[in-house]
Design a protein around this ligand. Structure first.
Ligand SMILES: *Cc1c(COP(=O)(O)O)cnc(C)c1O
Length: 452
């Protein structure tokens, strides 16, 4: 290890508190210190090249060092770094909003910018709540969300979250929500089987609305994939069904596309698979191609219109962030969309998805693989101690991390969710790198589960 790496590791250990990380454990390991990126590779200070198997926590879209995005940022920096969006605007934010509305599902017409996914979710919740106040239905104040859902780590986002491991400790700080079951086919909470179940989990959402719609402002969930919940993939038809119930009971539908947006599931947005438009759509993560923080809450004209009024009616949406619509972030996002067009990213993606779906069938042959699921290039491989009974490995065995550890030795970086091994490479990945990622993961699972 070079002296420089040692020094940087020491600074890190001494001064950084890492997110979602047990620091006691972290302090006893040698950290990987990333210095550069190239395509789907991350390069550390020792010159090792790792495949970025989870898109640097689900943000990188085409890869690292994408010329168009690099250039867009450089050109913007030479003009201005930041100016506010409170009451005035800037060139990049304005251009990006137009381009976003062009690619969003038909009917979404206005973009509200924030900095990260959680903030954009807060915005969606506050807008939905306030919308009904303005519409003269002040009793509609509650939210319906799903078990295993994840919407970020601020308190509003945690309130509509459903992952006990992350959320239980904060319970006294949260507002109450109605929880519908997760669309988790492998461990169906209703003990049914698709397709004979006729998507009974969607019907559970309807039951809540039937009974409580007069006090419900909105339903919020992740379309097609509950990502942080363990890459849980919904049965086809679920989103459309819930859209129907929201219409029937006059409730706002919020879709959180922070993880699924920008091509991850094979279409630009996951809700396109079912041809529906939510009333509010939340975007984040991949929006800048994985370069800079930027998020958006995109809404219909109807929601926007409910906030229009005379100054002293106080119908203003009283919410904003210092860096809302930051021009450098918006320039990166414009670069990201330019690459989608120029490289025909979505068209070329279909072949990669087909390849991946063929290859991951192999995993089913491994004794401790209980379920293999994917939508597009979002993949979850659920490990179990016993396949017959679907008994999970005890969490303290850290089986997911054992797999990630073996993969790291082969220069593949992945980050599991409990017993679920997650693959979510940049959608710009080439087939040969995708093959390496899958092969290394296969061998790592075999090794981690067999050499006990
Ligand atoms: C990551 C994520 C968020 C939160 O985004 P941050 O930028 O980390 O705040 C919200 N919703 C979903 C579905 C996510 O995957």
């Amino acid at each position: 290890m070079t002296d420089r790496t040692k020094k940087l590791a020491e600074f890190d250990r001494n001064f950084i508190w890492h997110p979602f990380t047990q620091m006691k454990e972290y302090e006893n390991q040698e950290p990987i210190i990333i210095e550069e990126g190239e395509g789907v590779y991350l390069i550390d200070t020792e010159g090792r090249r790792y495949i970025d198997g989870v898109s640097s926590l689900w943000v990188t879209i085409h890869g690292h060092r994408v010329p168009e995005i690099d250039r867009a940022i450089k050109e913007q920096v030479e003009k201005i770094g930041h100016s506010t969006l409170l009451g005035i605007t800037n060139t990049a934010a304005s251009e990006l909003a137009k381009e976003l509305i062009e690619i969003c599902p038909k009917g979404l017409t206005k973009v509200f910018y924030s900095g990260d996914g959680a903030s954009a979710v807060e915005v969606a919740l506050k807008m939905a709540f306030q919308y009904w106040q303005h519409r003269g239905k002040p009793k509609k104040t509650k939210f319906v969300s799903l078990e295993n859902g994840y919407h970020g780590d601020t308190l509003g986002a945690v309130s509509v979250g459903g992952i006990d491991l992350f959320h239980a400790v904060y319970k006294p700080l949260l507002f109450e929500t109605y929880k519908a079951p997760s669309y988790y086919c492998y461990r169906c909470p209703l003990r049914k089987t698709y397709p004979s179940c006729e998507i009974a989990c969607a019907r559970e959402v309807e039951k809540i609305l039937e009974e409580h719609h007069e006090e419900i402002a909105a339903v919020i969930f992740e379309p097609y994939v509950q990502a942080a919940g363990g890459m849980i993939v919904s049965p086809p038809g679920y989103i459309k069904r819930v859209r129907g119930y929201c219409d029937k009971y006059d409730v706002i539908m919020i879709l959180d596309e922070v993880a699924t947006g920008f091509g991850r599931t094979g279409r630009m947005f996951a809700c396109e698979h079912e041809n529906i438009t939510p009333d509010i759509m939340v975007l984040g993560k991949g929006m800048t191609g994985g370069y800079l923080p930027l998020s958006a809450t995109v809404v219909t004209q109807e929601i926007y219109n409910a906030f229009l009024g005379e100054y002293d009616e106080f119908k203003t949406f009283f919410h904003g962030h210092s860096y809302s619509g930051n021009p450098i972030s918006c320039a990166a996002a414009l670069g990201n969309l330019e690459v989608f067009r120029k490289n025909s990213t979505l068209e070329r993606l279909q072949e990669k998805i087909e390849f991946l779906e063929r290859e991951i069938q192999e995993f089913k042959g491994l004794e401790h693989v209980g379920d293999v699921r994917n939508k597009g290039l979002m993949v979850g491989i659920e490990l179990v101690e016993d396949r017959e009974t679907k008994t999970p490995y005890p969490l303290n065995m850290k089986m997911g991390w054992r797999v990630a550890g073996f993969a790291m030795q082969k220069e593949v970086l992945i980050r599991p969710l409990g017993n679920v091994v997650v693959l979510m490479p940049p959608i710009g990945i080439e087939i040969k790198d995708l093959k390496k990622l899958i092969d290394v993961t296969y061998r790592a699972i075999k090794k981690a589960t067999e050499d006990l």
